[in-house]
Design a protein around this ligand. Structure first.
Ligand SMILES: *[C@@H]1O[C@H](CO)[C@@H](O)[C@H](O)[C@H]1NC(C)=O
Ligand SMILES: *[C@@H]1O[C@H](CO)[C@@H](O)[C@H](O)[C@H]1NC(C)=O
Ligand SMILES: *[C@@H]1O[C@H](CO)[C@@H](O)[C@H](O)[C@H]1NC(C)=O
Ligand SMILES: *[C@@H]1O[C@H](CO)[C@@H](O)[C@H](O)[C@H]1NC(C)=O
Ligand SMILES: *[C@@H]1O[C@H](CO)[C@@H](O)[C@H](O)[C@H]1NC(C)=O
Ligand SMILES: *[C@@H]1O[C@H](CO)[C@@H](O)[C@H](O)[C@H]1NC(C)=O
Length: 557
């Protein structure tokens, strides 16, 4: 009797497990990019799109043992025309298995999440306006640059089309309408704006897209696209840093934005749809500051799609990634695209500390707020680790010596921020000092030698005082360019025999346009806004490579 119950329970459990398992198996769809052999298309179909719809319809019917064409029709995400022969679709494992037996099926890869990599650079590259590559290529005149990114802020002055000739008739792109976006926002500079999120939505049908249009809500795309082709804008600066006329690498080139990177996520299905459309539209150059990590070339849809672009004579520039300094951290190690690393410029941003004895000392700083020119008492607080001591200080400039331990600068920074005071001076050797320079409170970062001068001054005076002037731009920094520590290193995971990255371009603290409603920094607790932002990363270096591409093109013609 007891044995029977056990046996029945066993069978019952087993059956429920199977039912549950089948349910999970049926329910769980995923996006796939499917390669098809178009020569296997039956003559009855007028084009590949209808063939794919029919294929998906029969696959769905077979795997579900029911016929409901409306379900299968919604499974197709994109039909691709150039990047591959094939399509993307949302498929259950059973449907995928069934598809593998369909006529014309070649191969498939699962959709993947894509990683988005985060006025003076021209002279620095040797591209001066009198001679050399720039005038030869007429500052990029009539070159159309397609940028795959987070969208644009079309109202930016950097997209002003004053002095631009009419859009060439070969251009087949469009300025698509959407949330807070319509075709009247494009002009002779920003000639295309399209957006791709069907893949993203297929992953989660309940998703809310916060800005369903090419409008940029993050700033990244506005910055990269104007780094490539922003027009001349006088009196641009980042809160007074890097003041001057801002302009892109190719100020006469035209921009077409393909938004495929969303606040809500980024997938290969959408990105290759963007590349596919850019090829159809007729771009000359494609700039992409994104990539897939740790994928073999033959499984990397972006590598395959860029191959199609190269075949159409489109120059493709991609970023190496920001995962350095370890080796084999690079993405986009694809042999046929240019992979760009980020270097420094001969420019730094800083502040001047003026001691009471009239000695002035320069240090790094990017504090965006306004600061008084008044003199304040200055006090040395050693490692700034005693919070009780720090909280007793009022109306003073505090000097901290970084003991050089792991995270010690970070701890000091947090202690000073919590204590709150007039300003801080950090004496540090830390290689990550750049990360702290954009401080929300007045702070200046000194090298050890200069720090020693300050400490000596404080110790040898009974009432030491100092003042600070922020918003200094220092040119002629040597040595430069230097390879940044964050830029990803080769060799490429997928193709280690090809030397990568190909070139290095300025990627550190690049000034370019920014959406005025996306916060650029913080001053104390307040968010602050600006039309131009300083960003660092291989994303910022990637578009600069365009300077070389226009040279290549002019050499060919
Ligand atoms: C397009 O949008 C702009 C700004 O939102 C608006 O001023 C303009 O009237 C719109 N144009 C059309 C044709 O809808
Ligand atoms: C989508 O939302 C509906 C209703 O809120 C919910 O029943 C369903 O489980 C959600 N689906 C997903 C995939 O989150
Ligand atoms: C986004 O806009 C497109 C085109 O205007 C529209 O077809 C689509 O349904 C919209 N999607 C969402 C999630 O609002
Ligand atoms: C700094 O001063 C300028 C000019 O007076 C002003 O426009 C700006 O808002 C100030 N910045 C902050 C963060 O208060
Ligand atoms: C911090 O300084 C106070 C004196 O102001 C002292 O009593 C305390 O022990 C110090 N704390 C540490 C952790 O050194
Ligand atoms: C910083 O570097 C200098 C020179 O290399 C060295 O003398 C000093 O001790 C270092 N300071 C710290 C806190 O590591």
């Amino acid at each position: 009797m007891a044995a029977d119950i056990t046996k029945n329970l066993y069978v019952y459990c087993w059956v429920s497990f199977c039912v549950l398992f089948m349910f999970i198996k049926l329910a769980k769809s995923d996006n796939y990019i499917v390669h098809m052999d178009i020569s296997a298309m039956p003559k009855a179909f007028s084009n590949q799109h209808t063939w794919y719809l029919a294929t998906l319809s029969s696959v769905s019917a077979k795997s579900k043992a029911e016929t409901n064409p409306t379900i299968s029709f919604s499974k197709l995400i994109y039909t691709y025309n150039h990047v591959i022969q094939g399509f993307s679709a949302s498929l259950t494992p059973a449907e995928l298995e069934s598809l593998k037996n369909s006529p014309g099926y070649v191969s498939s890869v699962k959709d993947r999440v894509v990683k988005v990599d985060t006025t003076h650079s021209f002279e620095f590259l040797g591209l001066n306006s009198g001679t050399g590559a720039w005038p030869v290529s007429s500052f990029g005149k009539d070159v159309i640059v397609g940028v795959i990114d987070t969208g644009v802020w079309p109202e930016s002055e950097s997209f002003n089309d004053n002095g631009m000739s009419d859009v060439p008739s070969r251009w087949k792109g469009e300025c698509e309408s959407g949330t807070q976006f319509n075709s009247s926002l494009c002009n002779k500079k920003l000639i295309g704006a399209r957006f791709f999120n069907k893949g993203l939505i297929a992953h989660n049908s309940n998703i809310t897209i916060s800005m369903n249009s090419t409008r940029d809500t993050e700033g990244h795309g506005t910055h990269t696209s104007t780094t490539v082709a922003g027009t001349y804008v006088k009196d641009a600066s980042y809160f007074g840093y890097a003041p001057g006329t801002a302009r892109g690498m190719a100020p006469m080139a035209r921009v077409a934005m393909y938004k495929a990177l969303w606040e809500e996520g980024a997938y290969t299905t959408d990105i290759i749809a963007a590349i596919d459309q850019a090829i159809t539209d007729g771009v000359d150059v494609l700039s992409m500051s994104l990539g897939l990590d740790g994928v073999e070339l033959y499984e990397d849809p972006i590598a395959i799609a860029t191959f199609a672009a190269i075949e159409k004579n489109i120059f493709v520039s991609t970023s190496a990634g920001n995962e350095g300094p370890d080796v084999e951290t690079l993405h986009n190690g694809t042999p046929w695209v240019i992979t760009v690393a980020a270097g420094t410029m001969d420019r730094d941003f800083g502040a001047t500390l003026l001691l009471g004895n009239k000695v002035s000392i320069n240090g790094l700083a990017q504090y965006p707020g306004n600061f008084t020119s008044t003199e304040f008492p200055i006090v040395f607080m050693d490692t700034c680790s005693n919070k009780t001591e720090l909280s007793k200080i009022k109306q003073k400039i505090i000097v901290c010596q970084d003991p050089g331990k792991e995270d010690s600068l970070n701890d000091q920074f947090n202690n000073i921020q919590a204590a709150g005071n007039i300003a801080a001076v950090f004496i540090t050797n830390s290689s990550s000092v750049d990360v702290f320079a954009q401080s929300p409170f007045p702070a200046i970062f000194l090298v050890q030698k200069d720090g020693d001068t300050v400490v000596d001054f404080i110790k040898s005076n009974t009432d030491p005082k100092a003042s600070i002037v922020f918003k200094k731009t220092i040119l002629g920094i040597k040595p430069s360019p230097r390879v940044t520590s964050y830029t990803s290193r080769g060799p490429s995971y997928s193709c280690p025999l090809v030397l990568k990255p190909d070139i290095m371009a300025p990627g550190d603290s690049v000034l370019a346009a920014w959406p005025p409603n996306v916060a650029a920094a913080r001053v104390n607790q307040d968010l602050v806004f600006t039309n131009f932002n300083l960003l660092s990363g291989t994303s910022m270096a990637c578009p600069q490579c365009f300077g070389y591409s226009s040279t290549f093109k002019s050499c060919l013609s």
